[in-house]
Design a protein. Structure first.
Length: 201
């Protein structure tokens, strides 16, 4: 692992258990046991470090989501959802703090928005492919399903943080978080088959 990779790895772990919006490059340098000047040699500011971490996350999430169209049944889709949730856990501070981080770094916020859009596009394509292959999905529920799934996938870190009384996610184990999210995602899939399961106004 070279120095840049070590910086990104160490800051990612630190931001996951801290308030990433309050972390300074001095905090990061101290954790890395290096001088601030040495840190600035590799990254010009905190935002550049967070963008580097985001790019790591982005590449892997796109790779996982790119396999959704290959999933031909519910079990295969849930396996990919599970893999995606595990990966999101590794980079959970970005999902928790993206709105606040985005106020200081519009590029990061825009890149995150593109990630969300690409993920939902792959999910929609998967549903349509499965429906064309004979899955008993209701066409009129596809839009609702895609939106609900997006809310679950990109909203679960904040939801669990609230459930944890604003103590980040430290009291949850990765397996616990994954089980909770997969239950919600599996329920969402059922909406494609039985539209009556949707709560009415």
């Amino acid at each position: 692992m070279d120095t840049k990779e070590r910086i990104l790895e160490t800051v990612r772990k630190l931001a996951n258990i801290s308030d990433s919006t309050g972390l300074t490059t001095n905090h990061m340098a101290e954790k890395l046991s290096m001088s601030p000047g040495n840190l600035y040699y590799h990254f010009k500011n905190r935002e550049e470090i967070y963008r580097g971490i985001f790019q790591q996350m982005y590449r892997k999430e796109l790779e996982i989501c790119g396999r959704f169209p290959e999933a031909r049944d519910k079990e295969a889709v849930l396996l990919l959802y599970g893999e995606l949730v595990e990966h999101m856990w590794t980079y959970r501070f970005l999902h928790l703090d993206i709105t606040a981080l985005g106020t200081r770094d519009r590029q990061l916020y825009d890149d995150y928005s593109r990630l969300v859009s690409a993920t939902l596009k792959d999910i929609r394509r998967t549903v349509i492919d499965q429906m064309n292959a004979g899955a008993p999905f209701r066409p009129d529920r596809i839009d609702n399903y895609v939106q609900l799934t997006g809310q679950i996938l990109f909203g679960w870190p904040r939801y669990l943080e609230v459930q944890n009384h604003a103590q980040r996610l430290d009291n949850f184990l990765p397996k616990q978080a994954k089980a909770i999210v997969l239950t919600m995602l599996e329920d969402a899939i059922e909406l494609l088959v039985d539209g009556s399961a949707v709560l009415q106004d």
